[in-house]
Design a binder for this molecule. Structure first.
Ligand SMILES: C[S@@+](CC[C@H](N)C(=O)[O-])C[C@H]1O[C@@H](n2cnc3c(N)ncnc32)[C@H](O)[C@@H]1O
Length: 299
């Protein structure tokens, strides 16, 4: 068969994020649209405490703003704040009244003079960036001004779920995975459709057993079984493999970015100022016994 194109290993994480934000409704709640309500409320409660304590008219910079989850929430609490979101993804239209967005901005080189902001925030963002993102955060902050970072925790519920999803995606997209196997069958048009579908069933059963509860396996199975008779079957398989490849890139970036105990202390050290050591806490995921995230803050 004309084999499905291999994933481009050099594709930058930035492209994976651009692709992601192009495909989700921007008002959907950010990078974790499926976050259970109690977990989302736990994050909101941290942000509410932070934003309520800011001085009137404070100028707030949100790093790696994505769909603007943090400034969107801030604007519901405080109309007086002057919110600016930046992200290395361009072309995001966030539609929040008191939020200005500047795309194409890397956290490692913020295009702002020193000591411009009354507060800096980052949610699930700065841990993805390289040096010198933490010192850039401190550089643009006014002396003694507040900052807060919510970062991925390597043992969080979010990481647990996404590790399992990535394992399922890897199995679906691997060399002997469901998409390749379906591609091989589609490339043999003399095989009757019913026979081709039947040939896929044992593999689907194995994948379902190996990845219990992973909706992506069920979705991929219905997709390949349905697409086999389609005149543009190879194009469709390539399209879906491309989509899954983007998600694999994004999830691998998440796994690399998440902070263990040592990494969070290292970030805290970088974010500490002489008179303000950074405060670090594990935020519990309600009702799970697992962490949800790290919070790091100036006070
Ligand atoms: C997990 S999303 C978080 C988005 C948003 N803060 C939220 O809570 O929903 C991470 C965001 O950081 C951005 N990002 C990652 N690395 C970056 C960097 N080095 N400079 C600027 N933005 C970056 C990505 O484009 C993405 O929008």
């Amino acid at each position: 068969m004309p084999s499905l194109p291999p994933l481009n290993p050099d594709l930058a994480d930035r492209e994976a994020w651009s692709h992601y934000w192009a495909g989700v409704p921007l008002a959907s709640g950010g990078c974790l649209p499926g976050l259970p309500r109690p977990a989302a409320a736990a994050l909101e409660s941290l942000w509410a405490t932070f934003f309520r304590a800011l001085p009137p008219g404070a100028r707030v910079l949100d790093l790696g703003t994505g769909a603007g989850a943090v400034p969107r929430f801030a604007s519901t609490l405080r109309k007086d704040l002057k919110l600016l979101g930046v992200d290395y993804v361009k072309d995001l239209t966030l539609g929040v009244p008191n939020l200005e967005f500047v795309g194409g901005v890397a956290m490692e080189a913020l295009p702002f003079a020193d000591a411009q902001f009354d507060a800096v925030t980052s949610q699930f963002s700065i841990e993805y960036a390289k040096e010198p993102a933490p010192s850039e955060l401190l550089r643009v902050l006014k002396p003694d001004a507040a900052w807060m970072v919510v970062a991925h925790h390597s043992r969080s519920v979010i990481l647990e779920q996404n590790r399992r999803r990535l394992a399922a995606l890897d199995d679906l997209c691997g060399a002997a995975g469901l998409l390749e196997t379906a591609g091989g069958l589609a490339d043999r048009p003399h095989v009757p459709l019913a026979e081709a579908r039947q040939a896929l069933r044992p593999l689907i059963g194995t994948l379902q057993q190996r990845h219990p509860g992973q909706g992506i396996v069920t979705d991929a199975a219905s997709f390949v079984l349905g697409v086999l008779g389609h005149p543009l079957v190879m194009d469709e398989l390539r399209r879906v493999q491309g989509e899954m490849g983007m998600e694999q890139l994004r999830l691998r970036a998440l796994l690399r970015a998440a902070l263990d105990d040592e990494a969070v202390q290292a970030l805290a050290t970088k974010l500490s100022r002489s008179n303000h050591p950074a405060l670090v806490d594990a935020v519990p995921a309600p009702g799970t016994g697992l962490p949800l995230a790290w919070s790091l803050r100036s006070r």
